[in-house]
Design a protein around this ligand. Structure first.
Ligand code: ATP
Ligand code: MG
Length: 338
């Protein structure tokens, strides 16, 4: 049977890139899963603190992110929804895997470089936790024996690392304890920033206009798309290298599923050929508001019910603790810790 695991950092309200690149897949996988498939979705708060967080803000984001997972269609009766730090085995397995992880390999990964480059204060030094982020992520996946991990494109190299560390562990200890996971990259694998279309849309980017939040009202969505950076080339074409801004709008339109029946972004661009950039933006804004509106409305009805959210988190944590415990017994016994 399959086990699906994925996570999102409670580092802000999820944005359109998170939705099209990950969260929408999570809900789809849940709704189409076979009866014996296990699904686990985590708010990875231990990952969130690899960047300095304000404690009060983090608490708030944890609660909001949980409400958002319900708003995008996760059903706590079907999917195990939990805060990572409520399941200590994630951190425990991370330590054991750290004793296996090569610093050379970690040093070649790009996320810690991107995240320290974004730091406005250049004197901020690279922290060990940010550097070893992929080891914790591997532990998240492996501790639940996940077979499939739905993520956006930026996480593909971390998944490759998780497979290598699982295989390395099994080889070292001469038995099959950890399951190397398969990556499920969503079709909308990389939605770009609206203000710097050569970078991916991110929760933590400093410019709020760079992303569309799943809580943005229609008029805010329209104005963010209207001011999205494009170019001054003639017409509408899909050329991600030469025209990243326009191509990103076409990607967003295409994946928002409102477009005329087209089989590719290229074909979509041909359909839209006669439009001005301004008209294209209006079409895109319409499609995006239609995707986000029902999510926002569900979110608003859920986010203030603290008791209900606490109950979901509590139930999820109990199930996730049990799922992880089984793996930890085998891991510890393989290593000789018990
Ligand atoms: P942060 O800036 O805090 O890292 P983030 O926007 O990158 O936030 P994460 O919580 O790190 O969000 O990632 C959650 C999921 O969303 C991952 O599966 C990731 O691959 C996916 N994702 C993030 N940004 C995008 C994007 N721009 N396009 C498609 N998928 C994305
Ligand atoms: Mg990220």
């Amino acid at each position: 049977p399959k086990t699906i695991f994925s996570g999102i950092q409670p580092t802000g309200v999820p944005h359109l890139g998170n939705y099209l690149g990950a969260l929408r897949q999570w809900a789809k996988l849940q709704d189409t899963a076979e009866a014996d498939t296990t699904l686990l979705y985590s708010l990875v708060d231990l990952h969130a603190i690899t960047i300095r967080q304000n404690p009060k803000q983090l608490r708030q984001w944890k609660k909001e992110s949980l409400a958002m997972l319900l708003a995008i269609g996760l059903d706590p009766k079907r999917s195990v929804i939990f805060h990572q730090s409520a399941v200590p085995a994630h951190a425990e397995l991370m330590w054991i895997l750290s004793c296996q992880a090569s610093t050379g390999y970690l040093g070649r990964m790009t996320q810690w470089k991107d995240k320290t480059a974004n730091e406005k204060d250049g004197s901020e030094k690279l922290k060990l936790g940010l550097f070893s982020y992929p080891v914790l992520q591997a532990a998240d996946i492996l501790v639940h024996r996940a077979t499939h991990v739905p993520v956006g494109h930026d996480q593909a190299q971390h998944l490759e690392f998780a497979r290598q560390i699982a295989n390395g562990f099994n080889e070292t200890y001469g038995r099959h304890v950890l399951t190397p996971p398969e990556t499920l990259v969503s079709p909308a694998k990389r939605i770009m920033s609206l203000t710097e279309p050569d970078k991916k849309m991110s929760k933590s980017h400093s410019n709020p206009k760079s992303r569309i939040l799943l809580t943005d009202p229609d008029d805010v969505i329209r104005s963010k798309i209207k001011s999205a950076v494009t170019d001054s080339y003639e017409g509408i074409t899909y050329e991600p290298e030469r025209r990243p801004g326009v191509s990103n709008l076409l990607d967003i339109f295409y994946h928002s599923g409102e477009a005329v029946e087209t089989s590719s972004q290229d074909e979509l661009a041909k359909h839209m050929q006669g439009l001005s950039l301004r008209a294209l933006k209006e079409e895109v804004a319409m499609a995006v508001t239609n995707v986000i509106r029902p999510i926002r409305e569900r979110y608003e009805s859920l986010v203030h019910d603290q008791a209900a959210l606490d109950a979901v988190a509590e139930k999820g944590a109990q199930k996730a603790v049990r799922s992880a415990a089984a793996t930890m017994v085998e891991v510890k016994s393989a290593v000789g810790l018990m």
